[in-house]
Write a protein that binds this ligand. Structure first.
Ligand code: GLN
Ligand code: ZN
Length: 772
């Protein structure tokens, strides 16, 4: 490798860091505060200590400029709503009474007031609280949190850069407040919002900020020219302010496309841009736009979303190109490190040969510092690190853990017919009707039954060695027995075993598939105090042994009614895991699909006549740019069909998805060719049934009639009404009766009552149908 031109000013920075602490101290303190066990002062002290530790860790790793304001008690978009005074009317009183309690009321709701809605932060698995805005919204600046955290960092001797959600992204993430017509566009409030940002910027300047970062990830999505004009206008206005810090406008999660020249023309002092693989086009686009002469470029070359070590050679090449395009090039993560676990060091169960390929937040900060050093002092200064990096990459590239020639050959041999059922739906439906003899409006559930304390204890006892496998299996079988007999007594037509053996619908399978890694401490914030531990798709995937057959066949042995086998689909397996960066996602999906196809085959051979393959993540993994969607939907639907396509015509394939808005993927849902689909619908009053009908969806569907997100028990008449509404869109021969989703978060009393009512509703409406 050749020595690069030295850029004396090159610095290392990140856009944000995991908030939770090494032992998830923040989660524990906040949940303790909610219970009344932790005082306000103690909670604030824990938070301050976590911020201090994070900055110190960053500084020790060689990060020159640390972020501030990225810390949050719940969510940084909610923090932004507080910063601009966009507190919904219904939460004003609580916020006035106590800022912190009011904040948590907005996040979680109270007995009397509903929380803000929550939704996914772009295409990550982090969820933010959606700002509620309307034509009457007035904004007022409250810069206290940003100013205080900046002061804290400065007082500790750090060079610090406050990070704010940018005004355009903030408005684009908002939705009309309740009661405001759906057509209202929050972006029309820009004029009112900008003076508030100006005030916050002035406050931060006064508190000592040299630079402030404004995050505009919404610019990597398709934007209208009106929206791009709003961007130009925003940064023209903010740039023209006299009393302000230098502005760094950041974008991440993809290519900027037509937004890039708009940002390049903006009168701001710097841009932070994502240059990782999926955003590689930004490099050429930046050059084409004339670069950033005289300005600062923060180059996101270390992927903030995956768990793999950086390829130094590749990053240094990118950085060398960028040096010709800007006055100053700094090295950074592509986005906040919020989306990766904290540290690989405590992963004692992972083979050190594999651990060396992994980089979590802490390791990534080290990579960034190394690259910045290489950029500033020349690559000779990091020669040892480059050699070690090459060795690590090489050990991954030819590792037997990654490559399984059998899996690869099998994936290569897949043909279109593997993903096609042997008969068209109409003939399958006839065969299935003959086989099952189900009544009109058959009843079923989505899979899981309440996860009781006993089940959690059983799993913990097994893990701790207090009970052996036999003792554990006995408890699981006892639970399955209860679930089956309850469903028979209640009169449900297609039964489930209840999934008592599963802690998590992805983890359960990941643990049993070769090529998947589970972490022990790899927690990542999902929302608020909820953290998940996504497994890592590390290598070629295969299934050494059946994963679910034992439990499903046990359940089937207890009843004459059909018991549905339950699997998590390939798209969802990928969506809720860390994925490989060394092959296309579609290739990984195909491997997972083939492993699941084996499971489907074994279930069928063991006598399972109904098999459900859940794909709740199909919609959420949809690419941010419309142009990227067809390719995604192609491999996504192909992998589902590959999982399910090999079964007999009279084996009934179900799928399940839980989200209300799926208008944009309805064709893909059709392309899955599942015999039956269950969907969330109770809250939206069967809207999806009408959407299916409008599309001409030809197969069976069960729009949910029981909202399982709340302990509320729907009455039998209410469920019957929903069914009657469903019948306006879907003919009785193709309408199923089921809840919106699995019941694992519910308690038994409400589950019993609600399913009793659901069966009663089905019977009532069947009676009406046979009478008419
Ligand atoms: N079968 C799963 C369950 O019932 C489905 C969960 C989901 O859709 N998220 O729990
Ligand atoms: Zn669901």
């Amino acid at each position: 490798m050749t020595t690069q031109p030295a850029a004396a000013a090159a610095q290392a920075t990140v856009h944000g860091y995991p908030r939770q602490g090494r032992n998830r101290e923040l989660k524990k303190a906040i949940e303790g505060y909610w219970k009344g066990d932790v005082t306000t002062d103690a909670l604030r002290a824990t938070a301050a200590e976590l911020r201090r530790t994070n900055w110190q860790q960053l500084a020790e790793a060689g990060i020159d400029e640390v972020p501030t304001g990225d810390f949050s008690y719940y969510d940084h978009v909610l923090d932004t709503s507080v910063m601009v005074g966009a507190v919904p009317q219904r939460h004003r009183e609580a916020v006035r009474a106590d800022g912190l309690d009011g904040y948590f009321a907005m996040a979680r709701g109270t007995q009397d007031v509903a929380p803000l809605e929550m939704t996914k932060w772009f295409d990550t698995n982090y969820h933010y609280l959606v700002p509620e805005l309307g034509p009457d919204t007035t904004f007022t600046a409250d810069s206290a949190k940003q100013v205080d955290e900046l002061r804290e960092a400065l007082a500790l001797g750090h060079t610090a850069r406050p990070v704010l959600v940018g005004p355009v992204t903030y408005l684009l993430l908002a939705k009309p407040a309740p009661g405001v017509p759906a057509g209202f566009e929050p972006l029309t409030l820009l004029e009112r919002l900008l003076p508030v940002y100006a005030e916050v910027l002035a406050d931060l300047r006064a508190a000592g900020a040299e630079w402030v970062q404004l995050d505009e990830p919404a610019l990597v999505q398709d934007r209208t020219s009106a929206e791009l004009n709003a961007v130009a206008r925003t940064y023209r206005d903010l740039g023209a302010l006299t009393d302000r810090p230098k502005l760094l406008v950041a974008s991440y999660f993809g290519r900027l496309g037509e937004a890039l020249p708009v940002l390049v023309k903006a009168p701001v002092e710097g841009l932070a841009i994502d240059f990782t693989d999926t955003a590689a086009a930004n490099l050429d686009d930046l050059a084409a736009a004339g670069g950033l002469p005289g300005r600062r470029l923060v180059a996101g070359v270390v992927n903030g979303r995956n768990v793999w070590i950086n390829d130094y050679g590749k990053s240094l090449t990118t950085l060398a190109t960028l040096l010709g395009l800007a006055d100053r090039v700094d090295v950074a993560s592509s986005c906040s490190l919020l989306h990766v676990p904290l540290d690989t060091a405590p992963e004692k169960d992972i083979d050190p040969e594999i651990l060396r390929w992994l980089a979590f937040a802490r390791q990534k900060t080290g990579e960034i510092a190394t690259l910045a050093k290489g950029l500033a002092e020349g690559t000779d200064a990091i020669a040892a690190e480059i050699t070690a990096n090459q060795a690590d990459l090489a050990s991954r590239a030819d590792s037997p853990v990654i490559y399984d020639p059998v899996v690869q050959a099998r994936a290569d041999a897949v043909t279109g017919s593997d993903g096609r059922r042997s008969l068209p739906y109409g003939e399958r439906a006839a065969a299935q009707r003959a086989r099952f003899g189900l009544p009109l409006l058959p009843t079923t559930t989505i899979g899981s039954f309440p996860q009781t304390d006993e089940l959690r204890t059983a799993r913990a006892d097994l893990r701790a060695g207090r009970i052996g496998t036999a003792g554990y299996e006995e408890r699981i079988e006892a639970e399955i027995g209860e679930v089956i007999s309850f469903q028979e007594r209640t009169g449900i037509d297609v039964l489930v075993h209840g999934e008592p053996e599963r802690n998590d619908m992805v983890h359960y399978f990941a643990e049993q598939l070769t090529g998947y890694l589970a972490t022990r401490h790899g927690w990542v914030q999902s929302y608020g105090t909820r953290y998940v531990r996504p497994p890592v798709l590390a290598g070629d995937i295969s299934r050494p042994d059946p994963m679910t057959v034992r439990w499903t066949t046990y359940a089937q042995s207890l009843t004459d009614r059909p018991v549905k086998g339950m699997l998590t689909g390939p798209v969802t397996m990928l969506a809720w895991s860390f994925v490989r960066d060394d092959q296309p996602l579609g290739d990984t999906a195909r491997q997972v699909a083939l492993a699941l196809r084996d499971e489907v085959g074994d279930l069928e051979a063991a006598g399972t006549s109904v098999i459900q393959v859940d794909e709740p993540a199909l919609r959420e993994t949809l690419p941010l740019r419309t142009a990227d969607r067809p390719a995604y939907l192609d491999w996504a639907t192909e992998s589902f069909r590959l999982t399910t396509g090999g079964v007999r015509p009279d084996t009934q394939i179900h799928t399940h998805m839980c989200y209300a808005e799926f208008g944009d993927i309805i064709q893909a849902i059709d392309d899955l060719d599942a015999d039956v689909i269950s969907l969330e619908a109770a809250r939206s009053h069967m809207q999806v049934a009408h959407e299916l009908a409008a599309h001409g969806y030809p197969r069976e569907a069960g729009p949910g009639v029981y909202d399982i997100h709340s302990p509320r028990v729907p009455g039998a008449e209410e469920a019957a009404d929903l069914l009657r509404t469903g019948l306006e869109a879907i003919p009785a021969e193709r309408l199923w009766v089921n809840p919106d989703c699995g019941l694992k978060t519910r308690g038994w009393p409400e589950t019993r009552a609600a399913l009793g009512n659901l069966v009663a509703a089905a019977r009532t409406v069947r009676g009406e149908l046979s009478g008419s």
